[in-house]
Design a protein around this ligand. Structure first.
Ligand SMILES: Cc1cc2nc3c(=O)[nH]c(=O)nc-3n(C[C@H](O)[C@H](O)[C@H](O)COP(=O)(O)OP(=O)(O)OC[C@H]3O[C@@H](n4cnc5c(N)ncnc54)[C@H](O)[C@@H]3O)c2cc1C
Length: 392
């Protein structure tokens, strides 16, 4: 009897890979190792409806609990993979168990980047990556409390919107000259900052954080200007880092994440990787990319499952992403880094518009604000060269 397929991680990509392995007809044993104590769940609501208590935990679950035993998927929660041994084709867990594998999939995702300032370990300083993080944050987030959010990216702004609704007094501090600076053009940044200001959230841009002050508990945020913002709670939202350590220690190639090819294969023929942790070659953008999105976790995991079974796949997606802030839905199709000019269409004042991004004459991305039709059309249009390429 051959060894199982072992999936390391129990998040979005892991769950999809298990589902897809069964859908592709794999009848062998599947073992899934997850270091959290929750069955695979979706993370986007953690900074949206779930944060505000508008959604219950069971609605986060990607599959009903009985799906896994019914499908013969052995999910081992609270179990961390601590060593990957490619030469022996085995994974070691923190409980000292050695599990042999026929094929392994690494789907370990990312973790919140630590805030690199003194005081970041004080009580009252949070990041939001897991259900348990949200539970801790919610327990401390009393109405009227002063919350300082460090980082004006998607997660920072989404939490600002919900915390504002929960009655907290919110300030966002962003080091770049504008919010969403790495992921959007000035029009979108201005719009997103304006939304926060209109709801009474303070937004400080081009402002660094020097220190978090307090004895045991955080009580203030000292800015690079020397000013101190009083704070009962601080949310660190300064990005994520891929969990590559297991792969790196096993000698797998790493390049901004675990390096995989278009078939989700790592540098070891029996080990695959998918989701936030993997970087892959994009023909569409002419370089290696690593995406942190639900779209990528699902689609790359589907590709990985096929590939693990020996099927031919060439994963080369049009990336897409969304963010909900107040009543605004922001949707992004494509990647906009490297854009040279933009065209804005629609009614910015009415909050329904889209921005098209071009590198030379080539469209590379579209950001839509409350304009789902433009988003869908953009996804199709951006995919057209890929479809032509595969037909050629
Ligand atoms: C607050 C928040 C909001 C988001 N909002 C959006 C959004 O609006 N739209 C969007 O497209 N994307 C959003 N994302 C991103 C999206 O959730 C991720 O891209 C997606 O979850 C990635 O899936 P994954 O399976 O690669 O990783 P994850 O879902 O993070 O799963 C990885 C799992 O592996 C576990 N693990 C790590 N190391 C080990 C180990 N050694 N042994 C065992 N288990 C291990 C981790 O604890 C985790 O449970 C959001 C993310 C967060 C945190």
């Amino acid at each position: 009897m051959s060894a199982p397929f072992v999936i390391i991680g129990a998040g979005q990509a892991a769950a999809q890979a298990a589902v897809s392995l069964r859908a592709e007809g794999y009848g062998g044993e599947i073992v899934m190792l997850g270091d959290e104590t929750h069955l695979p769940y979706q993370r986007p609501p953690l900074s949206k409806a779930f944060l505000a208590g508008e959604m219950s935990a069971d609605r986060l679950e990607l599959k009903a609990p009985n799906f896994y035993p019914d499908s013969g998927i052995d999910v081992r929660l609270g179990t961390r993979a601590v060593r990957l041994l490619p030469a022996e084709k085995a994974v070691e867990t923190d409980g000292g168990i050695r599990i042999p594998y026929e094929r392994a999939l690494i789907a370990t995702g990312t973790r919140a980047r630590a805030l690199p300032v003194p005081g970041a370990d004080l009580q009252g300083v949070f990041s939001i990556r897991t259900i348990d993080d949200v539970a801790r944050f919610r327990a401390a987030a009393q109405a009227g409390a002063k919350l300082v959010i460090v980082g004006g990216g998607y997660i920072g702004l989404e939490v600002a919107a919900k915390a504002n609704k929960m009655g907290l007094d919110v300030t966002v501090v962003e080091g770049q000259p504008r919010v969403l600076a790495r992921v959007a053009c000035e029009d979108i940044s201005r719009y997103a900052a304006g939304l926060q200001l209109a709801h009474g959230v303070r937004v400080l841009t081009a402002t660094g954080v020097a220190t978090l002050t307090g004895t045991d508990r955080v009580s203030g945020v000292e800015l690079s200007t020397g000013a101190v913002l009083p704070a009962d709670l601080v949310l660190s939202a300064v990005g994520a880092v891929p969990n590559v350590e297991l792969a790196a220690e096993a000698g797998l190639a790493i390049e901004n994440g675990i390096k995989v090819d278009a078939a989700a294969r790592t540098s070891d023929p029996c080990i695959f990787a998918a989701g936030d942790v993997a970087s892959f070659p994009s023909a569409l953008y002419g370089r290696r990319i690593r995406l942190e999105s639900v779209q990528n976790a699902i689609d790359q995991a589907k590709a990985a499952a096929k590939s693990m079974l020996g099927g031919a796949v060439a994963y080369d997606p049009v990336p897409w992403f969304w963010s909900d802030q107040y009543d605004t839905k922001l949707q992004i199709a494509g990647l906009l880094d490297g854009f040279e000019r933009t065209e804005t269409e629609g009614d910015v004042a009415a909050g329904r518009f889209c921005v098209r991004y071009f590198a030379g004459e080539r469209p590379i991305a579209v950001c839509s604000v409350n304009d789902p039709r433009s988003h869908m059309l953009a996804r199709r249009a951006l995919a057209a060269p890929l479809a032509q390429g595969s037909a050629a």
